[in-house]
Design a protein around this ligand. Sequence first.
Ligand SMILES: CC(C)(COP(=O)(O)OP(=O)(O)OC[C@H]1O[C@@H](n2cnc3c(N)ncnc32)[C@H](O)[C@@H]1OP(=O)(O)O)[C@@H](O)C(=O)NCCC(=O)NCCS
Length: 375
Amino acid sequence: MIRLALGIRNPKTRTHFHELLARTAPRMQSQLSVNMCEIVDLGDEQGNLVDSLKSYFKEERGRMAVLISDWLVRADSDREANMLARICQAEFEKDAFGTIAIIALPRRVEDIDRTIDSNCTESALEGVLRLVISRLNYLAAPANLSQVDQSLVTVRALRNTNETEFRDYFRLRHHVYTIMGYLEREVEDSRSKLEVNEADVHAVHMAAFYRNGAQERIVGTARVVMNSEADKTLQKTFEAIVCGDSVAQQRLDTPYWLGLPIFQTHRPMNSIMSEIFMQNQMCGELSRVIVAEEFRGGGISRRLVADALRRSISRGAQRLFLECLQVHERLYEKHGFERIPGVVGPVVDVGRTMIAMEMRAESITKIRASLSHVA
Ligand SMILES: CC(C)(COP(=O)(O)OP(=O)(O)OC[C@H]1O[C@@H](n2cnc3c(N)ncnc32)[C@H](O)[C@@H]1OP(=O)(O)O)[C@@H](O)C(=O)NCCC(=O)NCCS
């Protein structure tokens, strides 16, 4: 069940959205095969709105709700998202809860799923609703095991000179990161639809390939960005792929100062960072762990992450980090990561509040030992 909850103060906007949703909701219900898609007006009183959503989620597990509101974002506030957005985020972090803010100039806003203008068309509203609902599906743990024959899925490193493989890899990242709302508008709309950046030329890249007859396609990705020199071959391959797309080119040309994206995000990591720089430690950051929707739940991310970690450790990584949503903490704990206390905040690039994790030293040692055992 999906509840489309309206919390709209402006009467004209409220009427407009009611009319649009009355036409859109039945279509969404049949196309998204949900048993019910209800539209509920929660009025414009903050307390009522939050209480009503709380009791909705409490009634039954697995419910979804999307709040469409013209007071989630206030233009005059410092970090834009106002108290209502913060309260909702804290309150419904573990629920399948999405937000669409109605604002004058739609753009990406930190921790808000999507923004839309008050005079939007029916198809614009339907478009953002679809993306938000797809995101909520992605955030829910897969209910059923994937129906895909896992013996047809191979996990391996990408070949540094293979433009076709990397193009598919960056496309899948673009597709899923668009759903997740992690991309700036200009990147979402970019010509090539490739999600690539400068960290990629310093990274170990793994992909899951699904073979169907003679055809093979990429259905999963993972990378470990290393604080080491750029790989010249990768640089050449990526230059060729992004050729003609100024947005992708600019991202490829903009380095992360301090080496890893996580160091740019989290100031409270200063003591860890000074240790790394003083001791000249080689580090890696796991990111872009992505599995195509129809392949979820079959253990592909588990294989991708395990192989990416092994590969980066065999390349000399002494410490490994990652940033993730709290809902994914457990997933990474199983690979030996633990949360870095007190380090949480909006992540560079993706515009979402995330936690930071580091792999336990003993887990790294165990992987290193298994590598030398094999050798
Ligand atoms: C998160 C994601 C990579 C998982 O891929 P997947 O191949 O379906 O995961 P797996 O089948 O390998 O599952 C591994 C474990 O994680 C759990 N898990 C998977 N998705 C989960 C989710 N969304 N929430 C909580 N747990 C999840 C599985 O239940 C499984 O648990 P188990 O080891 O107890 O059996 C995939 O859903 C995805 O691409 N999400 C969108 C992109 C994203 O947010 N990536 C994470 C970036 S930090």
